[in-house]
Design a protein around this ligand. Structure first.
Ligand SMILES: O=C(O)CCC(=O)C(=O)O
Ligand SMILES: [Fe+2]
Length: 361
């Protein structure tokens, strides 16, 4: 494996050449070939009126794709390599704070995409429940036949191109806009396609060797009180901006954290028997608050997470709060989330806050 290179323009991404050893590549090509007949036009994702994902064909994406699940040799080989000691070291030393969560991420499945002449994929972000980082391995059984198919990453008005190269891994935060330039393959044989393995890394402690489960559509990964996440988030509380900001306006890592908190918040509000009114807002002052309006037994209230800064340890940093009433008569009930609080505990805490008498601010 070649030395990983991290570039931080336009935004941190890691490039590793010669990612798979030759013996692994042979196995992977054999498996991919056995799947060629199952490849279907690649779909794009959007969120429908009801907040659920919808997948459909669109000219933004022109390629063929197929999913790979357990038990798959390709998936196993990918995991072995991706979580190997040299890779983990590269992630640990990376400047992108989000790479620090990789030891706690898993690769539930892969997608293989095949591009023939004229195929491409326009600018998009990778989205999905719990998806934080994207890892792509470019592959071609006859690389000399492939032109184009480069990956362009864009962030904050800047672009950079990662050239297509056989056996090259690229890792980047999934929220980075990216596209694949138009491909030309000097062959009509799909064996010669410009291929990519795409892996969407999901944060969560579930062991990577766990049996594949049916995906839970758009249910957030429940990772409150996971210390690596909290510690990164706490650093944000320190930052100088104080204005109310939408999740998109917060800077890179913050986006993911706010998104994680946002999706958890929405889920929690409903699990505790409230009606979610929204929108989700981020308020950054002495604490970083991710909050939304809701209704409980017909009364309007605000429910949110409150994150304290680095002055406290990660295990004490995260709390839940409920604000009732308006203006002068607003009352606040807040409770710290115990370290390692799971979904059930967190919902129980929120239920108690909903009926608690708050302190009038
Ligand atoms: O094929 C590639 O290199 C990237 C594909 C991609 O961005 C995606 O499928 O989301
Ligand atoms: Fe993508």
């Amino acid at each position: 494996m070649a030395m990983p290179i991290e570039r931080d323009r336009p935004r941190a991404h890691l490039v590793v050449d010669d990612f798979f050893p030759p013996a692994a590549l042979e196995v992977i090509f054999r498996e991919v070939r056995s799947l060629e007949r199952k490849m279907k036009p690649g779909l794009v994702r959007d969120v429908g009126h009801d907040g659920q994902s919808v997948f459909f064909e669109n000219e933004r994406r022109k390629n063929k794709a197929v999913w790979i699940h357990d038990p798959s040799k390709t998936l196993r080989l990918f995991r072995d390599r991706f979580w190997s000691p040299p890779m983990l070291e590269a992630f640990a030393n990376a400047r992108e704070p989000l790479f620090q969560i990789i030891p706690n991420c898993r690769a539930p499945h892969l997608q293989v995409s095949a591009y023939m002449t004229g195929d491409h994929y326009d600018f998009h972000e990778d989205e999905g429940a719990g998806v934080n980082l994207t890892a792509i391995v470019f592959l071609a059984s006859r690389p000399e036949k492939v032109r184009g198919g480069d990956l362009v990453l864009a962030y904050g008005g800047e672009e950079t191109t990662v050239r297509f190269r056989h056996n090259r891994l690229v890792v980047f935060p999934s929220k980075t806009l990216h596209r694949v330039t138009r491909v030309r393959v000097d062959s009509k044989d799909v064996h010669d396609a410009r291929l990519s393995l795409q892996c969407w890394l999901t944060y969560g402690e579930e062991p990577r060797r766990a049996k594949a489960r049916a995906p839970e559509a758009d249910r957030p990964t429940f990772l409150l009180s996971e210390e690596p996440i909290i510690a990164v988030a706490q650093a944000l509380v320190d930052s100088s901006a104080t204005a109310d900001q939408s999740p998109e306006e917060l800077y890179w890592g913050a986006f993911y954290l706010s998104r994680i908190l946002s999706s958890n918040l929405r889920f929690l509000v409903e699990a505790a028997g409230c009606e979610f009114v929204g929108p989700i807002r981020i308020r950054r002052g002495e604490t970083l608050d991710v909050l939304a309006r809701a209704r409980h037994d017909g009364s309007p209230l605000t429910i949110g997470f409150q994150l304290r800064g680095p002055e406290v340890g990660p295990s004490e940093a995260l709390g839940l709060f409920v604000e009732k009433g308006r203006g002068r008569s607003v009352s606040l009930a807040r409770k710290q989330l115990p370290a390692g609080a799971d979904e059930e505990t967190t919902v129980a805490i929120l239920r108690r806050l909903l009926v608690a008498k708050g302190t009038t601010a």
